[in-house]
Write a protein that binds this ligand. Structure first.
Ligand code: AMP
Length: 287
């Protein structure tokens, strides 16, 4: 697999490729797992020239410990990508992405005020800024992002639509461990017991949607309380940060007194974040 380490080199390679190929792009922060590879497979189906980038973007980390401890293993990543037969791996340096001290950044707008954006101030400004820089460097026809980072996916779609990037955004479903735990590079920081406790996030989503679909016309406040309490009983090590039920098209929260029947017919999606062993994890599910 061809590895490119600088922006000018990338430009030269892509100038040739773009003439005859549909370019697909999968941006990642590395420490790849099957979730990332599933996005690569989607890109391979839809494009005939696929670029994967690996860049741990300092600008999107609001917590310096999270950044310092973010796992990196380029050698292993390249081995995994080798098996996927992609065309280019772009591994830029910080100065390839941010040649100047960045002063012009992207304002993600009101969709970023809640959930991840609320608990990680500046996160989405960093994400949208780096994604727009990468889009300008790669100029892909399409790019694939994971459902796992649902608010991020929504914001990227919004950015592409509002700022008129001529790029098709494709969503890849969440890949999970057999236990139900959503794959994440951060899972590598968990102990064996931590991995078991980390099932709390998918358990909470499953419990909530199961209770919701059983009806009984309960209200959202009670349904949430019930599923959170059950999750805390089973997974005491889980430190919940937020659990919200939103309409998946608008990301608007359902009011606490909404009835289950109303929620069910309005494309509900659960968004959850929390800590296990000091590692921050997120998960999501729709219905
Ligand atoms: P990251 O390396 O965490 O920035 O993720 C790169 C891309 O992979 C993003 O579009 C994520 O949403 C996606 N992704 C992360 N985890 C998973 C997963 N378990 N299943 C599918 N896609 C994922």
């Amino acid at each position: 697999v061809k590895v490119i380490n600088s922006a000018p080199e990338l430009r030269a390679e892509l100038e040739i490729a773009r003439k005859k190929s549909r370019v697909g792009f999968v941006p990642t922060m590395g420490y790849l797992h099957q979730g990332h590879l599933s996005l690569v497979d989607i890109a391979k189906q839809k494009a005939n020239f696929v670029v994967v980038s690996i860049f741990v973007n300092p600008m999107q980390f609001n917590n310096s410990e999270d950044f310092q401890k973010y796992p990196i293993n380029i050698e292993r990543d390249l081995e995994l990508l080798q098996s996927r037969n992609i065309d280019l791996v772009y591994i830029p340096t910080v100065s390839d992405i941010y040649p100047n001290k960045v002063k012009v950044t992207l304002n993600p707008g009101e969709l970023a005020a809640q959930f991840e954006g609320e608990f990680r101030p500046g996160h989405f400004e960093g994400v949208l800024t780096v994604v727009s820089i990468l889009f300008n460097q790669v100029q892909p026809d399409l790019a694939v992002f994971g459902e796992k980072d649902f608010q991020q996916l929504t914001l990227i779609r919004k950015m592409v639509s509002d700022l008129q990037f001529p790029i098709e955004i494709i969503e890849g479903p969440i890949v999970r461990e057999e236990s139900g735990l959503a794959m994440s590079s951060r899972n590598s920081r968990l102990s064996e017991d931590g991995k078991k406790q980390a099932k709390a996030l998918s358990f909470l989503l499953e419990t909530f949607f199961k209770t919701l679909s059983e009806g009984n016309n309960s209200n959202l406040r009670d349904l949430k309380k019930l599923s959170i309490n059950k999750t805390k009983d089973y997974y005491p090590a889980f430190d919940l940060e937020y659990f919200e039920i939103v309409n998946q098209d608008t990301l608007e929260k359902f009011p606490d007194d909404s009835k289950s029947s109303e929620i069910l017919i309005n494309s509900p999606r659960g968004l959850v974040a929390g800590y296990i062993e000091g590692v921050r994890l997120i998960d999501t599910a729709g219905f």
